[in-house]
Design a binder for this molecule. Structure first.
Ligand code: BG6
Ligand code: MG
Length: 217
């Protein structure tokens, strides 16, 4: 049976969560907000606009909309500067193997990401051709945990949400998959992603037997 395999981008396909963190940290520092690694978990999967609001809430700081707009531009420029030299080596371990396996098994493959930078990242890393469908931050109005991004991806693949599987590294993304009644596969720590149906530390722990069990389920 043909299923929809939906992949988040940041922290699932590429190791960009660290760059988002560094760029947000600069914004926080300028505002004298203590923004540490643990706080970053709150921002994973969350849109750029919402991420800034979370940081401002953390520091109990209020700024004008005009200043927010400037900060959002500055954050993205800084983030993009980290991506200049990005290439295939930034693809997380095991990702290519799983994508190839799914292609060989004629499964639907889509990206479901909150990022507005998704396409250039997929191009730079040479992975874009694996995706039948790309839905990113430019295509949706509701951020995860709203399931819009995954429902849209499944719809474009013409596959029922119940026959869809989501790979996610964020709590918001796992919740989105669960709300959409899709199978949720957490990539990361069990303590954080415990709401997922399955959890793996990374893609190297996912084998053909597991993929086959999802296809035939
Ligand atoms: C998500 C990331 O994939 O995309 C978030 O987990 C990020 O950290 C969001 O804020 C939006 O990304 P971008 O590239 O549009 O700023
Ligand atoms: Mg992510």
């Amino acid at each position: 049976m043909k299923k929809a395999f939906l992949f988040d981008l940041d922290g699932v396909i590429v190791d960009t969560a660290k760059y988002h963190f560094l760029a947000w940290q600069k914004i926080a520092q300028a505002l004298h907000i203590n923004f540490i690694h643990e706080h970053n978990e709150l921002l994973k999967g969350v849109s750029r606009v919402r991420s800034l609001d979370i940081i401002l809430e953390l520091g109990n700081v209020q700024v004008s909309q005009a200043d927010k707009d400037k900060m959002l531009i500055q954050k993205n420029e800084d983030y993009l500067s980290y991506l200049v030299g990005m290439d295939e080596s930034e693809i997380l371990p095991g990702v290519f193997k799983i994508l190839q396996l799914l292609k060989d098994k004629n499964q639907g493959i889509a990206l479901g990401s909150a990022s507005k930078n998704a396409r250039p990242i997929l191009e730079k890393t040479g992975i874009i051709s694996y995706f039948d469908v790309i839905v990113d931050g430019n295509d949706v109005t509701n951020a995860k945990p709203d399931p819009e991004v995954f429902l849209k991806a499944a719809q474009l693949l013409n596959i029922d949400p119940k026959n869809s599987i989501v790979f996610e590294d964020s709590v918001a993304g796992i919740q989105a998959a669960n709300i959409a009644e899709m199978v949720s596969v957490g990539i990361g720590e069990e303590t954080i992603l415990h709401e997922a149906d399955f959890i793996f530390k990374d893609f190297t722990f996912i084998d053909e037997t597991f993929i086959e069990s999802l296809i035939t389920k």
